[in-house]
Design a protein around this ligand. Sequence first.
Ligand SMILES: Nc1ncnc2c1ncn2[C@@H]1O[C@H](COP(=O)(O)OP(=O)(O)OP(=O)(O)O)[C@@H](O)[C@H]1O
Length: 313
Amino acid sequence: MDSDTAIKVTDVQKSFAQKQVVRDISFTVKRGEIFGLLGPNGAGKTTLIKMMTTLLRPDQGNIMLNGYSTAKQSQLARRQFGVTGQATAIDQDLSARENLLIFGQLNGLSSKDARARAAELLTDFDLINSADQALETFSGGMRRRSDLAVSLIGQPNILFLDEPTTGLDPRTRTQMWQAIQNLVATGSTVFLTTQYLEEADRLADHIALIDHGKLIALGTPDDLKQQVGGMQLRLTLSDSSRVAQAQTIIQTSLNQPASISNQTLIAPLGSTGIQAVTTILNQLQGASIAISNLKIESPSLDDVFFKMTVGKN
Ligand SMILES: Nc1ncnc2c1ncn2[C@@H]1O[C@H](COP(=O)(O)OP(=O)(O)OP(=O)(O)O)[C@@H](O)[C@H]1O
């Protein structure tokens, strides 16, 4: 495993009873990146993350965290990461600061270092003004940020975030995104699962899409969007009698078929087709074909998700 690699998953399989829920999955996560794991309900995300965090053993295959095998060197592998979503508060009567101090000491920090690290995290996560309030008085967003702070107290090199923003309002979600981005800016590697495709699109450098336990796509958000067809041109004409003529102009310029829906022509632009849009518009104008609407649409990760996954059946 080279030194740029934080996580290496090789041919991992897991079955429960007779049912195979993770099938031969392999991928690599580079140091300092945000890697998103996506998939419909029941796809196997939680099972995979449990295997990566040593809570479950794969039936077959290998998982390495910073070069340590989760099966053969589980103690060392465990020291490489933090996880959110596990017991991150001992007692709701404790303040956020007290909670951080306890987890700091559990992680082997001296009380002086734990105090300093707690103050740093409370500031980073915008909790410093509520640091001495009991956790039970915290809103959902404050709790989530406090959980994230706790998972960072031992300065893990790799952080697993299982649905870090589920249920948060848009403002708090944006704050969490910022916190995650700040974290990777300091060199940590983040592995996250999310139900929000926009979140994966905004945050993730690479995405693995799984369905029915199988890896069905792997790449940057842009790679995945290209796989479902890239950008599209949608042109609506003012006069329906000119549709056939406009179709010829578009098809000739793009060298791609254009489909017709009422008065709207739709054609894939491909990677260089966007340059042809000016030519198309000039030719339409030259032929006195008026247009009432023009859109250049990028595919979204939603398109990728819907085209590539089937989900529970
Ligand atoms: N301990 C278990 N025993 C039996 N079947 C299980 C067990 N854990 C998970 N499964 C099954 O494995 C499949 C994958 O579940 P998993 O929780 O990994 O999916 P997921 O992608 O995390 O789904 P969700 O988005 O709904 O959380 C499901 O069909 C689930 O019912």
